[in-house]
Design a protein around this ligand. Structure first.
Ligand code: SF4
Length: 337
């Protein structure tokens, strides 16, 4: 067995699912993968629940076990109170790994595992928006059977860059735009060292409408959210909300940097990871403006809706990644702040 270090933000253990009080659900619209271990457990359940599981558990075209969705794209085991029938009947240990984990996420980088809370759940989003402590991580040891080989020196450089970005985000005397300019400056220097002469970052004069076009080309769990995005075209939306709700956007940036920056140790694309956060801040700030001085409940709803639609779809994240890499340069994004 190999000992790894598991890092979690200090707010991590404060999360508690609010179950039937939740304004959303974990799974509507998603075909949740049932891991082989859990699928095996399900075959041993008998009685009415066992029969229902057998009826709905199928293998998809990629070879993953999933539950077929019912009307309204609901999991067949989600009851009328939006509670999970399997959990109610058999206990939490019968939930699949995906269902147990959500809204937590984890990523492994050699002997380091990082865990966090995703913005895609209303309660996690509320916790992330209400947390006013400086970002810090705690760690504990865990034993695992194997770890992937990674470039540890490069990972160390990414961790140092991330710490620098967090310091900038926590500076008191800079407005949001100045912070992002500084963050882009150090990220561009870092990327230039990686790419050498191949590095390109020239303005392509993209507007906010181009951001909306990216969002319109995405797949959606809720079609009304796509319609909402279409409605934002041709609206005069102010950039001021970025400073009015600066604390929300600093937290959102920290979340994106924490969740995505170290993934560059696999593709060496640091700058696009930084752009994910800036793009989210631009779009969400315009939605705040469109709604007009949103209260906490509305801001939580906007944050988790964006996260659920964009971040939890591989198709959407691939599209965003490609567009931000090819079509949006740092000057374009700064111009929209
Ligand atoms: S979305 Fe979050 S709060 Fe709602 S049921 Fe799922 S884990 Fe609980």
């Amino acid at each position: 067995m190999i000992t790894i270090k598991v890092f979690v933000p200090t707010y991590f253990d404060k999360f508690k699912c609010i179950a039937d009080k939740c304004p959303d659900t974990c799974c509507i619209g998603w075909e949740v993968d049932i891991d082989p271990e859990t699928a095996q457990k399900y075959t041993a359940i008998d009685g009415k629940l066992g029969d229902k599981i057998k009826k709905h558990l199928v293998r998809d075209e990629t070879g993953c076990d999933i539950f077929t969705l019912c009307a309204g794209d609901r999991c067949p085991f989600l009851n009328e109170c939006n509670l999970c029938e399997i959990q109610l009947n058999s206990g939490e240990e019968y939930l699949s790994k995906t269902c147990t984990l959500f809204p937590r996420f984890y990523d492994d980088f050699g002997k380091i595992r990082e865990m966090g809370l995703g913005f895609g759940c209303p309660e996690a989003a509320r916790l992330l928006l209400e947390d006013n402590e400086p970002f810090s991580l705690e760690f504990y040891d865990e034993c695992v059977a194997e770890v992937e080989d990674i470039d540890e020196d490069f990972l160390g450089e990414l961790i140092a860059l991330r710490a620098e970005i967090f310091t900038i985000l926590e500076e008191d005397n800079l407005n949001f735009k100045k912070k992002i300019e500084k963050i882009f400056d150090i990220s561009i220097d870092f990327q230039k060292r990686l790419d050498g002469k191949q590095f390109i970052d020239k303005t392509q004069h993209r507007s906010f409408d181009t951001c909306l076009t990216i969002l319109e080309n995405m797949e959606y769990i809720k079609e009304e959210r796509k319609e909402f995005v279409k409605n934002l075209h041709s609206k005069k939306l102010s950039k001021n909300t970025l400073n009015l709700y600066r604390s929300d956007f600093e937290k959102l940036m920290k979340y994106y940097i924490f969740r995505y920056l170290l993934k560059a140790c696999y593709d060496y694309d640091v700058l696009t990871k930084v752009k994910y956060g800036v793009f989210a801040c631009i779009v969400i700030s315009r939605i705040y403006d469109f709604v007009g001085f949103p209260d906490l409940e509305t801001r939580v709803k906007i944050m988790y809706s964006y996260s659920k639609e964009v971040e939890y779809s591989d198709i959407n994240m691939d599209l965003l990644d490609e567009m931000l890499y090819n079509d949006f340069d740092t000057e374009d994004l700064i111009g929209l702040l």
